[in-house]
Design a binder for this molecule. Structure first.
Ligand code: SF4
Length: 457
């Protein structure tokens, strides 16, 4: 059967959809680009903000109409909207959904499909699985045919769930407590991606720096990075990144690994969320603005030419204009490379939704959002302007509106035109134009990337 997956939300959801696709491929199903003609529809949902939840629900309601006309089609609902707890209420509310899949767990869909198979088809499935067991190992991931050989940067979950309980965050309620993936499974996953043409892996966790902390005597993130680096050297993975970090768990050893291992990219994602200590305290983030400031200094001192990206929530419960301006001033001072900004929205069950008033009006949240976005555009433009005239190492990923699109070691977007297809290769591109959100350049084969942005390998 053909399947189609809509993925909303974060990189972890993208990775979860890939895992589901891999399991469906193992059973002989195929991805299709024509959603309406698919036999299996899956909506992988995000509820981290009300707007994300609304988008997923709208998609689901569209599918309800499609299913009325074609009742034999299968609808799966996956991800944080389903969560890890009892789904009885959700089943009553959405009776047209056939299968409910918790985050990171494709097994309910696989069991549902196997229950519907005839005896003969089950024998064929078992043979296919036996073949896969002989040729694949734990953690191996099968990319859909359309992606194999065309996907050059892939996500690899290393730690699921989160045990931190920030007061605004629904993730621990929907994804459960933190649990690390076995190291052998992670390395198997990376090897299988390399065998299918992937050149860059992004190791994922809600607090990725806490990898291994729930496993007595297990490797921690620095050790995992070293092992990943070895596998990368053996298999041809050129670039390794990890996200998302939490300021409290970024050790010097971790930063030294990023600086010293040649295939680790100079790119850190470490949310600050707010620049005022009272707001940070109400958010239960566990650090102060000054501690974050010192962390940024430490990262910049350890990793040459590093890009640091952050997340901000504006209009959190009780945030005054002065407190918002503390956030604004911190960002203006630190001049981080990229800021993901969200307007606060209360999420059911969280501490802030239960105990704090959502008292910043929507239009004021919007004003703060726009003000930060303007600052962000100005700082990003200045950062990118530094690369003008430099030759940067670009991993070419795909064709977008007639131009090749790729990323620098700092994960900055670069576009260029060229008649030859260099997808999957790292090539030198001289930057000829920069803007806040991307850069453009021309291929400079035979020219060394300049030391300021040279990959140290
Ligand atoms: S660290 Fe905080 S914001 Fe991040 S997933 Fe965990 S609870 Fe949510």
């Amino acid at each position: 059967m053909d399947y189609y997956i809509w993925t909303f939300g974060c990189q972890m959801n993208i990775a979860d959809s890939q895992r589901l696709a891999s399991e469906l491929e193992r059973l002989g199903h195929q991805a299709t680009l024509d959603a309406e003609k698919a036999d299996i529809w899956v909506v992988n949902t995000c509820v981290v903000r009300q707007s994300a939840e609304d988008r997923a629900m709208n998609r689901l309601l569209l599918l309800r109409g499609w299913k009325k006309r074609q009742p034999q089609k299968i609808i799966g609902l996956m991800g944080c909207l389903v969560g890890i707890k009892d789904t009885t209420l959700l089943r009553q509310k959405l009776p047209f959904v056939d299968v409910f899949l918790p985050p990171s767990d494709p097994s309910p869909m696989i069991e549902f499909l196997r229950d519907r198979r005839s005896e003969m088809e089950l024998v064929a499935d078992d043979e296919r699985m036996r073949h896969h067991r002989d040729t694949l190992q734990d953690g191996d991931l099968i990319l859909p045919a359309a992606e194999a050989g065309n996907l050059f940067s892939a996500h690899v979950p290393v730690v699921y769930g989160c045990s931190h309980a920030c007061s605004f965050c629904i993730v621990p309620f929907r994804r459960g407590v933190e649990h690390s993936r076995p190291v052998g499974e992670i390395l198997g996953h990376i090897r299988s991606l390399a065998a299918q043409g992937v050149k860059e892996v992004m190791l994922l966790g809600q607090i990725v720096d806490r990898y291994g902390k729930d496993v007595p005597d297990g490797p921690d993130l620095p050790a995992l990075l070293r092992l990943t680096h070895q596998v990368a050297e053996e298999t041809g993975i050129e670039r390794i990144r990890f996200l998302t970090s939490h300021p409290n768990w970024m050790t010097d050893e971790l930063l030294d690994n990023v600086a010293e291992l040649p295939r680790m990219m100079p790119h850190i994602e470490v949310p600050v969320q707010a620049g005022n200590d009272e707001v940070l305290e109400r958010m239960k983030r566990g650090y102060t603005a000054e501690q974050y400031r010192r962390l940024v200094e430490r990262i910049r001192a350890s990793i040459p030419n590093v890009a640091i990206n952050t997340d901000i929530i504006v209009g959190f419960c009780g945030e005054t204009e002065t407190q918002f301006m503390d956030t604004y001033n911190l960002l203006a001072e630190l001049r981080l490379d990229k800021i993901h900004i969200a307007r606060y929205s209360p999420r059911p069950g969280t501490l802030s939704a239960r105990k704090m008033a959502d008292d910043v009006p929507a239009d004021e949240k919007e004003r703060r959002y726009v003000k930060l976005e303007e600052l962000h555009a100005q700082i990003s433009a200045e950062h990118n302007a530094r690369w003008l005239g430099q030759t940067v190492a670009v991993l070419v990923e795909d064709l977008h509106k007639g131009k090749w699109r790729g990323r620098t070691p700092q994960n900055k977007l670069v576009f260029f035109e060229h008649p030859i297809d260099y997808r999957g290769q790292i090539i030198p591109v001289e930057i000829t134009w920069t803007g806040p959100w991307s850069m453009q350049g021309r291929l400079q084969l035979g020219i060394e990337t300049t030391p300021v942005c040279l990959e140290t390998r």
